[in-house]
Design a protein around this ligand. Sequence first.
Ligand code: NAD
Length: 371
Amino acid sequence: IKIGIPAETVPGERRLPVVPEVVRKYQDLGAQVLMQPGAGLPAHFRDDAFAGVAFAADAAALYAEADVLLCVQPPAPEYLAALKPGSVLLGMLQPWADAERVKLLQEKRITAFALELLPRITRSQSMDALSSQAAVAGYECALIAADHSPKFFPMLTYAAGTIRPAKVLVIGAGVAGLQAIATARRIGAMVEAYDVRPETREQVESLGARFVDTGVSAAGSGGYARELTDEEKAQQAERLAKAVAQCDALITTAAIPGKKAPRIVTADMIARMKPGAVVVDMAAESGGNVEGTVPGEKMWINDVLVIGPTHIASRMPVHASEMYARNLFNFISPFIQDGALALDWEDEVMAGCCLTHAGELRHAGVRQVLG
Ligand code: NAD
């Protein structure tokens, strides 16, 4: 088989779905790797770093020739239309975002695997791209907060006394939030954190942060959170407002799969923050946890800086690509033998990740959302 690696088409996306080490592993399985020239450049991988790879004349040739196309974000429609009928597409395909895209994949009879649909069981952890990329994003958000804060994060002792450490509040303690907590702690901040899933308390405390108790629990299915009722939201808001008012930096990472990010921090809460406080809303691109955040913008609201970073994982494309490339390899490699692809529909992880196959929209959850 030919594994195709295109240049990403979304502006600002700098990651790629292979790194040289992982290309070698595909070659060891007997697969050929075909790349679009320059596909690795945004992540600082030059074409000559990929030994034994064939380079397609252009994007159109690459899409038409690949048996398995790996991507980070969904390719633009004109490229999807150029895919070989019956070929496999694997990446973070944003399955809930665009019914037209799903229809196109059905029409072209593409076997599309969206890593967002990965069943989160123990065996699939090494394939979990949402987790690996969330870890990158959480780390970055803590650095963005530190970089924009007018205060030191760590305690600092100098000849004339001691500077108190900054107070950081992290809302949402999933994979990204926990990495933001760990990073802020490593830089020396005092960290508080909150999540609606009560089991996160222990994880937060094990990182040396304090858990903010609001008395609201929203453990949902599959390890994810459920949406809160209006009453629960009011209770959460009241208790959180105090913690928000006291912090120097607020990092929000709350998400509900397939839904708009929950709005947790109101304009009124921002108005009561300390002058010079920084807010980093990691959920800005998916609707925002903070009222008033604009994706891709930094805004002063009174004397509080509200940041809505976008393409966060692309801020460190080398390691984000390395982590992502390994996730993809661990997903697809069990089905590549002697250079041939043999999918196993009895495999619950593979089948669970399938968005479209043989002209059908296979995933029940996505079918429900797209109608
Ligand atoms: P996510 O990105 O969907 O959400 C981020 C966090 O936001 C979650 O912790 C969620 O509880 C929280 N949240 C949602 N609504 C909120 C609200 N109103 N207020 C405050 N917080 C809110 O989640 P994720 O980080 O991808 O994963 C969530 C959990 O799933 C992980 O922490 C882990 O326990 C589990 N998980 C399991 C596996 C596995 O077993 N293979 C892999 C990855 C994650």
